[in-house]
Structure formats: C-alpha cells, structure tokens
Unconditional design. Sequence first.
Length: 131
Amino acid sequence: WRYLLTIAEIHMRAGDDRNARIWMEHALFQAERRREDLGSLRSHHLMGRLLRSIGQMMLADQHLGRALESGRKLGDRRSCAEVLLERAELRRASRKPDDARRLAEEARRLAELLEWPRGVDEADALLAKLA
C-alpha cells in the first residue's frame, strides 16, 4: 500500500486527479485486505483530501471519518487532530457550523495536549471563522 499511495501522491501533485484516485483506491484496497490500520489511515486521509479538492464533499467526509477511526484505533493523536481539522473545515464549507465548531474544539484540545502549536493556531483560526 505504501508504494501505491506514493504513486497516488505523485499524480495528485501533478494535478492528475483521475489517476490519483485510481492509485489511492488500490492502496486502500491493499491496506484493508492486509488489515493494516496505518495504511487505512493514510489512504482514507489522502482520499478525503482529494475528494474535497474535486468537490465531492460527502464522500470526502466519509473517508475522513474512516481515517479518524483508524487513527483512534492506532492511538495516533497527531493524525487524529489533523483529520479533525480537515473535517471541521469540510463541515464549515457544507454550512454545518455547529458540527464544525465541535470538531475544531476537539482538534484544538488534542493539539494543546500534543503541544502542537500549528494545530492550535489552525483550530483557533477556524473557530474565529465560525464565530
């Protein structure tokens, strides 16, 4: 799944969303087939970003939710905070301010716990947009 995800990232950076999505689906399939939570986390997270960038918000939210679930299962709090911030921004864009605020506050708490200043700043900025 690692190599497949790397190929997907290369396509994504090159602006080739169609091929990026194909390679991400392959990476996700392999990660889930082998029951690798880290692969599932990374693949769902990247797929959520890609889907958001092409305007498929509902699918993006589903993939980010699965990434969050995998991150929690692994105990990867930093990745969870990143995914929470992305989901909060997605909910804000979807005009769901209460959900966005709840997710941003949770991300901020995690970022503070991790002593991750950029995460705290991003959460504060998002909360300010929601105020």
